[in-house]
Write a protein that binds this ligand. Structure first.
Ligand SMILES: [Zn+2]
Length: 271
């Protein structure tokens, strides 16, 4: 086995476990009360979204680095915060989550319609408008969809973390990964700037792209934030299963990966 094959095998086993964990909870959906349409829809769709993000990261070793991985992880952390926050009042907050999204789509569609009326857009835009309206109206009559500016929760992510009783999640996970997402100096200054070597230049920085190498710890983080959402989902529905969860699977897979990686490396040296 080559080192590349070892990475592929490691990633494949984690991605497969992610899909199995999701399907176990969403295929033939029997969890929850049949009347809790919004809650069931939102929880199952958000679990699927978290799984998609995890698989995306897991299957792309070139993204296991400080330039790219935090973008995905930050989105996963925000999803975890949303799920925990929704679960404080699932029925009400699931409805709010959906109607905010419908409102955003209605606003975008109205903006496209205005462009069409003013003759600034072509047939393709007409098609987008048509499809968007179909999507909205399959869920709610358009006239009842409220357009809500601002955030869907009406509060900051920091405040949401206070409400879910986990301020550390904001301080030590959401905030640092946000620096990468927003291209803040405390990310860019480390990853895309080095000191100019010319002593006459008053110590300015020069843009560069920091060398990257795949860091498996980012994958461990993806497994963690996926599992925390699985846990929230399971505890809401009182669901149990024997299937290994992402973190346990990661521990097992990473050990095997390390062995196979090292033996591929020493086989390489012998040649
Ligand atoms: Zn210089």
């Amino acid at each position: 086995m080559t080192q590349v094959e070892a990475v592929e095998k490691f990633a494949r086993s984690l991605a497969q476990n992610t899909v199995e964990n999701l399907e176990l909870r969403t295929n033939d959906f029997r969890l929850g009360d049949g009347f809790e349409t919004s809650t069931n829809s939102v929880l199952s769709a958000l679990l699927a979204r978290q799984s998609a993000l995890a698989v995306g990261l897991i299957e792309s070793p070139p993204s296991w680095n400080g330039h790219i991985a935090p973008l995905i992880l930050r989105s996963m952390i925000e999803l975890l915060i949303s799920v925990r926050w929704i679960l404080i009042d699932p029925e009400q907050r699931s409805k709010e989550y959906i109607s905010y999204g419908l409102g955003q789509e209605k606003l975008l569609t109205a903006n496209y319609q205005k462009e069409l009326e003013e003759g600034n857009a072509d047939k393709r835009v007409e098609l987008i408008v048509e499809r968007n309206l179909d999507w909205i109206e399959s869920q709610m009559f358009q006239m009842f969809v409220e357009v809500n500016l601002g955030s869907w929760t009406g509060m900051s992510v920091r405040k949401m973390c206070d409400e879910i009783g986990d301020p550390s999640l904001y301080k030590f996970s959401f905030a640092p990964f946000s620096a990468c997402t927003h291209n803040s100096w405390n990310h860019v200054g480390k990853w895309n700037a080095r000191l100019c070597e010319n002593p006459m230049h008053k110590q300015h920085m020069v843009g560069f792209v920091a060398d990257i190498w795949p860091i498996v710890d980012f994958v461990a983080n993806a497994c963690k934030y996926l599992e925390l959402v699985i846990d929230a989902f399971d505890s809401h529905y009182g669901f149990n299963s024997e299937l290994k969860k992402p973190r346990a699977l990661f521990e097992e897979a990473v050990e095997l990966f390390a062995e196979e990686w090292n033996s591929a490396a020493s086989a390489d040296e012998e040649e």
